[in-house]
Design a protein around this ligand. Structure first.
Ligand SMILES: Cc1cc2nc3c(=O)[nH]c(=O)nc-3n(C[C@H](O)[C@H](O)[C@H](O)COP(=O)(O)OP(=O)(O)OC[C@H]3O[C@@H](n4cnc5c(N)ncnc54)[C@H](O)[C@@H]3O)c2cc1C
Length: 393
C-alpha cells in the first residue's frame, strides 16, 4: 500500500504528540505512526509512575519525624507494598488513558507499527510505504541493560518493568545513580526495602558542584548504602543476584538497572539520509530547528540525545511540528536549561552546571539551609543553594 502525505510523524510520545499539535493546526494531511505500546514513556513507565511511587514513599517516611513534632504512635504504621504498587498502576492507567485521547479521533491517520526511513521522504511501515514532504522522528529512548547482565533478566528490573511488580523483595540493588536511579533508590528505601546503590561516577544525579554533591551524598547516605566511583559486576546467587565491586560483594534479591537510556535510532534507517553519522549512529541536529542537516527530516525528544527530559522533549516536538509544515524553518531560542531530581532534598540545576564553567572566573554565592528558620520548623533544614555569576555568558 502506498500513501502520500504532507507530514509524517514517527512516535506518539511527548515529543511526537507535541509535534502533532502543531501540525494539526496547519494541515489535515498528515499521519502519525507509533510502535505500540501507546501512552508515552512519561505517563506509562517514566515521570508519572515514578512520582506516584515517590509520593507514597515520602508519605510513609514522614513518620520518622512525627515523634520530634510531638506526635506519637508512628511506630505502629506499616506499609502495604502491593497496595502501593496497585495505586501506582491505577493512577498510571488513568494518566495513559488521558494521553490516548489525543489520538483517538485520528482514524486512519494514526498508524500502529514500526517505521523505518527509506531516504529523506519515505517511510516503510510493515507492508506500507508512506511518502511525506517532511518527516518528524520522535522515537524516544529505552533503558540500557548491559549485555553480560541480560542473562539475569528474570531478577533484574528496569523502569520499564519495576512498576509492573505486584510486590517487592526485601533487598534491592540499584545500579546507576543518575536522576532516575537516585529517585528510585531513595523511594524504595523509604518503603522499607534494604537498598545497596552504586555508580561509577564520584557524584550522584549528575551534580558537578562538589559542595552540593557532598550534601546530597551525606543526606541520602543516611537512608541507604551508597557506593560511588565503583565498577560493579553482577553474578547469579542462589535466590537473587550477587553484586561485586573490588574485593567486596553483597547479595540482593533483585537489581534495578538504571545505567542510562539508549536513543531508539538503531533500526530507524538514519543511514538512508546520506548525512554523516557519528560513532553512535547519530546525525547532527540543529536544536533551534530540530532539522537533521538540510534534509526534510526532523529529530525530536529523547531520541536526539540533546536534553532527554520531558519539557525539552515537548519543546523539541513543538519546534519540529512547526517546521515540518514550513518550507523555510524558523529558528527558535531554547529555554534556559533546567532539571530536577525528585529526591529529598530535591536537586535542581538551572543554567550552566559547575562542570561547564571556570569557577575561578566566577563570583560564587551560597546559602546553607541547615539553620534556616522556616526550614527548621518543618524539619527540612538540609540543603545548599549555590549560584555562579560568570562573565563568559
Ligand atoms: C523512570 C523515569 C522517570 C522520569 N522522570 C522524569 C521527570 O520527572 N521529569 C522529566 O522532565 N522527565 C522525566 N523522565 C524523562 C521523560 O519521561 C522523557 O524525556 C520523555 O518521556 C521522552 O519523550 P519522547 O517523546 O522523546 O519519547 P517517548 O515518550 O518514549 O515516545 C516515543 C514513542 O515512539 C515509539 N517508537 C519508537 N521507535 C519507533 C519506530 N521506529 N516507529 C514508530 N514508533 C516508534 C515508541 O514506541 C514510543 O511510543 C523520566 C523518564 C523515566 C524513564
Amino acid at each position: 500500500m502506498n500513501q502520500k502525505v504532507d507530514v509524517a510523524i514517527v512516535g506518539a510520545g511527548t515529543a511526537g504528540l507535541a509535534a502533532l499539535r502543531e501540525v494539526r493546526q496547519r494541515t489535515d494531511d498528515f499521519v502519525i505512526v507509533n510502535k505500540p505500546p501507546y501512552g508515552t514513556t512519561c505517563a506509562r513507565v517514566g515521570c508519572m509512575p515514578s512520582k506516584t511511587l515517590i509520593a507514597a514513599a515520602n508519605a510513609f517516611h514522614a513518620r520518622v519525624k512525627l515523634d520530634t513534632f510531638g506526635i506519637r504512635g508512628a511506630d505502629n504504621l506499616s506499609v502495604d507494598i502491593p497496595a502501593v504498587l496497585a495505586r501506582v498502576r491505577m493512577l498510571r492507567d488513568d494518566f495513559v488513558a488521558g494521553v490516548l485521547k489525543s489520538t483517538e479521533d485520528l482514524g486512519e491517520r494514526s498508524i500502529a507499527g514500526h517505521a523505518r526511513l527509506d531516504g529523506p521522504n519515505r517511510l516503510i511501515v510493515d507492508d506500507r510505504v508512506i511518502e511525506a514532504r517532511q518527516i518528524v522522528l520522535a522515537p524516544g529512548s529505552s533503558p540500557i541493560v548491559p549485555k553480560p547482565w541480560q542473562a539475569l533478566s528474570d531478577r533484574i528490573y528496569t523502569t520499564d518493568t519495576l512498576f509492573e511488580a505486584k510486590d517487592l523483595p526485601r533487598r534491592i540493588g540499584v545500579i546507576g545513580l543518575g536522576a532516575i536511579g537516585a529517585e528510585m533508590a531513595q523511594a524504595l528505601a523509604r518503603l522499607g526495602i534494604e537498598i545497596h546503590a552504586f555508580d561509577g561516577a564520584d557524584q550522584m544525579a549528575g551534580i558537578s558542584d562538589h559542595k552540593v554533591a557532598d550534601i546530597v551524598r551525606k543526606s541520602l547516605g543516611e537512608e541507604f548504602a551508597i557506593h560511588l566511583g565503583v565498577e560493579v559486576d553482577l553474578a547469579s546467587a542462589t535466590d537473587g543476584i550477587e553484586i561485586r565491586w573490588g574485593d567486596n560483594s553483597v547479595e540482593v534479591d533483585r537489581v534495578l538497572v538504571a545505567v542510562g537510556r539508549r536513543n531508539n535510532v538503531q533500526d530507524l534507517g538514519l543511514e538512508s539520509l546520506g548525512v554523516p553519522l557519528d560513532d553512535r549512529g547519530m546525525p547532527t541536529v540543529d536544536p533551534q530547528t530540530m532539522r537533521i542537516g538540510d534534509t526534510s527530516v526532523l529529530l525530536a525528544g529523547d531520541a536526539n540525545g540533546i536534553r532527554p527530559i520531558l519539557h525539552e522533549g515537548a519543546d523539541d516536538g513543538h519546534i519540529a511540528g512547526l517546521n515540518a509544515t514550513r518550507n523555510v524553518p524558523v529558528r527558535l531560542v531554547r529555554r534556559t536549561a533546567m532539571s530536577i531530581t525528585f529526591c529529598t532534598p530535591e536537586i535542581a540545576a538551572i543554567g550552566k552546571k559547575a562542570a561547564d564553567l571556570d569557577l575561578d572566573d566566577c563570583l560564587t554565592g551560597e546559602v546553607d539551609f541547615s539553620s534556616q528558620g522556616r526550614a527548621r520548623t518543618m524539619q527540612e533544614n538540609c540543603g545548599l543553594l549555590r549560584i555562579y555569576l560568570c562573565n563568559s555568558g
